[in-house]
Write a protein that binds this ligand. Structure first.
Ligand SMILES: O=C[C@H](O)[C@H](O)COP(=O)(O)O
Ligand SMILES: C=C(OP(=O)(O)O)C(=O)O
Ligand SMILES: [Mn+2]
Length: 464
């Protein structure tokens, strides 16, 4: 493996003029917070990151599928048992139907336990006569539209650590403590199918899963594997102070790992090749991802891969494409074709959310469920055409019945948005829309499977 120069210091990173950073008033206070963070225990273990990287290698090679999802912006107030449970329940229910359809392990990754920092299009927000700093996530400032709340407060980074720790603790307890039993997940899906106006379309798939579970039970082959799951955390690595402070040297390998989450991604706005975020992420051993928007050329993708993953290590780098429904079929083929022709084995993940945001009549930021599905279909069309593997989906969602995205079988209209619009940043799919998306992705996976040779899966280590 290539020897990288040692981990850059925070000062080195700031010398690269990072984008989308807070402007803190008191450098000494920031230094003190960073020192306190450095002393706190890691939130994830380096060995778990290695395990996820190995699983991601499966998703690059067509032997696994990734489901990554959660809020656009987690909030400190949102760290409640009910909120975490509903989100997890939605993700696990989605994963079950995807696993059945793909017939490969589904790698479950939350946009959870660390997703508190937001890049913004504008540094400021104006309401009437008043202009204040934009909300940048609970890691940086508060959402209330007052000068006090909107000022950038470094103490909040300790809040991120505590909120992430509490979230991960409950998630770990749930996924190991019986909550993730396949029968339970299936019964959530059956309830959804019974109550959905589009349910009839999904009945056959649900009935097949029912028969598969009955078969497992009849054979007496229920085991730990049907009652627990592996679940990983992820977030955008945007706050250099937080991400650097949580990067630690692993005692086994003597290499740096970002211990604030299992997988860290870099956003579309901070993926400059010579920028601070790429510089930090290329040093850590976690599996990492980069968001690619519609201006991305194949050369840019290759340069990013070369810089972040010079050894072409399986599972190390994923590209999360977010081109927009209207562009994906035109723009994705060239990028996938050239990266594949270079001999690289990256994991391709579709984010059908960030290229499809628009402002609805009432001023609410929204997305149409039909656009989201259209982009997912475009992603599958492109990969089916090229013979490459559509490695997964990345979704902004919640387990609650919010009204933030329009459409879906309940036909949520723009006029409904005001009734339960709770996101502090981007609009999320609600629980029904998320499950509906999972069933539609499942339909595509069944189709894709029919057109490909069956993958060879090592059942011993599949980690359902
Ligand atoms: O989540 C992504 C970005 O932070 C978000 O789309 C930016 O939104 P804005 O354009 O309202 O700043
Ligand atoms: C900021 C985000 O996305 P992107 O970087 O793709 O705009 C996000 O995932 O919330
Ligand atoms: Mn977002």
């Amino acid at each position: 493996m290539s020897e990288l120069p040692s981990l850059p210091t925070l000062k080195d990173l700031h010398a690269l003029k990072p984008l989308q950073q807070p402007t803190y008033a008191d450098a000494d206070e920031v230094g003190d917070v960073v020192r306190r963070l450095r002393r706190l225990p890691p939130l994830v273990f380096a060995g778990e990151c290695d395990e996820l990287r190995e699983k991601m290698a499966g998703a690059a090679a067509g032997r696994a599928f990734i489901l990554q999802g959660g809020d656009c912006a987690e909030t400190f107030a949102g760290v409640t048992a009910g909120n975490i449970q509903n989100k997890l329940r939605t993700l696990l229910a989605m994963a079950l139907v995807l696993t059945y359809a793909a017939q490969v392990p589904v790698i479950k990754i939350g946009r959870m336990a660390g997703q508190f920092t937001k890049p913004r299009s504008s540094d400021t927000e104006t309401r009437g006569e008043v202009t204040l700093p934009a909300y940048r996530g609970d890691a940086v400032n508060g959402f209330d539209f007052t000068p006090e709340a909107r000022s950038h407060d470094p103490q909040r980074l300790l809040g991120v650590y505590n909120a992430s720790s509490a979230t991960l603790n409950l998630v770990r307890a749930f996924v190991n403590g019986g909550f993730a039993d396949m029968r339970t997940m299936h019964s959530w899906n059956s309830d959804f199918v019974r109550s959905s106006p589009a349910g009839v379309r999904y009945e056959q798939l649900t009935a097949e899963i029912e028969r598969a579970l009955a078969f497992i039970e009849a054979c007496g082959i229920e085991s730990e594997a049907t009652r627990r799951v592996d679940f990983y955390s992820s977030h955008e690595g945007l706050s250099l102070e937080y991400e650097h402070a949580m990067t630690r040297i692993d005692s086994r390998t003597h290499r740096p790992y970002n211990t604030s989450g299992h997988l860290i991604w870099i956003g579309e706005r901070t993926r400059q090749l010579d920028g601070a975020h790429v510089e930090l992420i290329r040093h850590v051993r976690n599996p990492v991802a980069v968001k690619l928007g519609p201006t991305t050329t194949a050369d840019t993708a290759l340069e990013l891969a070369d810089r972040i993953d010079p050894d072409g290590e399986a599972g190390r780098i994923s590209f999360i494409t977010r081109f927009g429904a209207g562009k994906i079929r035109d723009l994705l083929p060239d990028v996938v074709e050239k990266v594949t022709a270079s001999g690289r084995h990256v994991t391709w993940v579709c984010d059908p959310m960030h290229g499809n945001t628009y402002e609805a009549a009432g001023g609410f930021k929204t997305r149409a469920f039909s656009d989201v599905i259209d982009e997912v279909n475009g992603f599958f069309d492109v990969h089916d055409e090229l013979g490459t593997w559509p490695g997964g989906v990345h979704i902004e969602l919640t387990g609650d019945d919010v009204t933030e995205c329009v459409g879906g079988s309940h036909e949520l209209a723009e006029a409904d948005l005001a009734s339960r619009y709770e996101t502090l940043c981007d609009p999320r799919l609600n629980r029904n829309q998320s499950l509906e998306l999972a069933f539609q992705v499942a339909e595509r996976l069944v189709q894709s499977r029919a057109n490909r040779p069956a993958p060879v899966i090592d059942l011993q280590s599949s980690g359902l």
